[in-house]
Design a protein around this ligand. Structure first.
Ligand code: G4P
Length: 281
């Protein structure tokens, strides 16, 4: 399988971030807890140099809890402040306020020594498309917050959301495109649905996922589709097609349809909580 990426969008988004990041104290980076490295754009390290850094392991409801804990530790060892969240349900979102204060402790202390008190911390959310940035902003900011007016230096039209007296959030997230130099990264982004299925061969994708699940999550496929996991991946997909009555006119098995069912079961969490990459890699 071969994946493409879109440098046109990337350049524009990066420019927007470069313009705004000067005004920011802390960068809150969302990653998908199922693929924390593949959903993390490495350019952010350069862009956010000298800023306090927070990583939010979002969509934690879809990831394996034990592996999410390992990833939290992994990023903490690299110097990030880390929180595990489910932006959709709001789980863990409240605690991000404390994480922001922790990440900015030194800055607050520096300000205090210079006689600057009560200057709010300014934060920006960044991440690749579909990682949950808008959902998180809505959940984190809630309804009660007020929008403050434009400030000098911020791209025209940008606004700050005043979360409370301590924190202001740029209302537009920074969008970074994922990097596809490594094909494994492309494959994992495709699994979670971050690459449009229309440009993929969904059957090949499902077969790859079956191989991964049989190796790392024994019993999951058997539990849902009553298939024999010792069979090869194509036979397993054929079995899924058969038990889910995926047939073409003339009664031939419709593997494409079965592949869509499998991918949807995985992406919605119906297959269980599944992490696709591990820190020890
Ligand atoms: P973005 O701004 O980074 O592009 O992402 P956005 O918030 O639009 O979220 C992308 C999709 O991910 C949305 O689903 C959203 O509901 C879902 N999502 C965000 N955070 C979480 C989470 O913590 N857990 C789960 N399970 N899903 C999450 P959608 O299907 O596009 O929309 P909707 O049908 O859910 O409204």
């Amino acid at each position: 399988m071969h994946f493409q990426w879109y440098p046109g969008h990337m350049t524009k988004a990066k420019r927007m971030m470069q313009e705004n990041i000067k005004l920011i104290d802390v960068v809150i980076e969302l990653v998908d807890a199922r693929i924390p490295i593949s959903s993390k754009n490495p350019d952010i390290d350069e862009l956010a140099k000298n800023k306090s850094r927070i990583i939010l392991l979002n969509k934690s409801d879809l990831a394996h809890k034990g592996h999410t804990d390992e990833w939290k530790q992994y990023f903490e060892e690299k110097g990030y402040f880390v929180a595990t969240v489910n932006a959709k349900s709001g789980n863990g979102v409240k605690s991000v306020q404390n994480t922001v204060m922790d990440a900015c402790k030194e800055k607050i202390e520096r300000d205090r020594k210079r006689g600057i008190i009560n200057r709010p911390i300014r934060a920006m959310i960044v991440g690749i498309p579909n990682v949950g940035k808008s959902t998180f902003i809505n959940s984190f900011a809630g309804k009660a917050c007020t929008k403050t007016g434009n400030k000098p230096g911020v791209t025209k039209g940008k606004q700050w959301i005043k979360l409370n007296k301590n924190v202001e959030l740029l209302d537009t997230p920074g969008i970074l495109w994922p990097k596809f130099e490594d094909q494994t990264v492309g494959l994992r982004l495709a699994y979670i649905g971050s690459i449009k299925d229309e440009i993929l061969n969904i059957t090949d994708l499902a077969i790859e996922l079956i191989r991964f699940l049989v190796e790392h999550y024994k019993g999951i496929l058997e539990g849902r589709y009553e298939c024999q996991e010792q069979e090869n991946a194509i036979a397993i997909l054929e079995h899924i097609a058969s038990v889910r009555s995926c047939r073409k006119p003339g009664d031939e098995l419709d593997l494409d349809k079965a592949a869509r069912i499998l991918m949807e079961d995985f992406r919605s969490g119906r297959l269980g909580q599944i992490t696709l990459e591990f820190p020890e890699e």
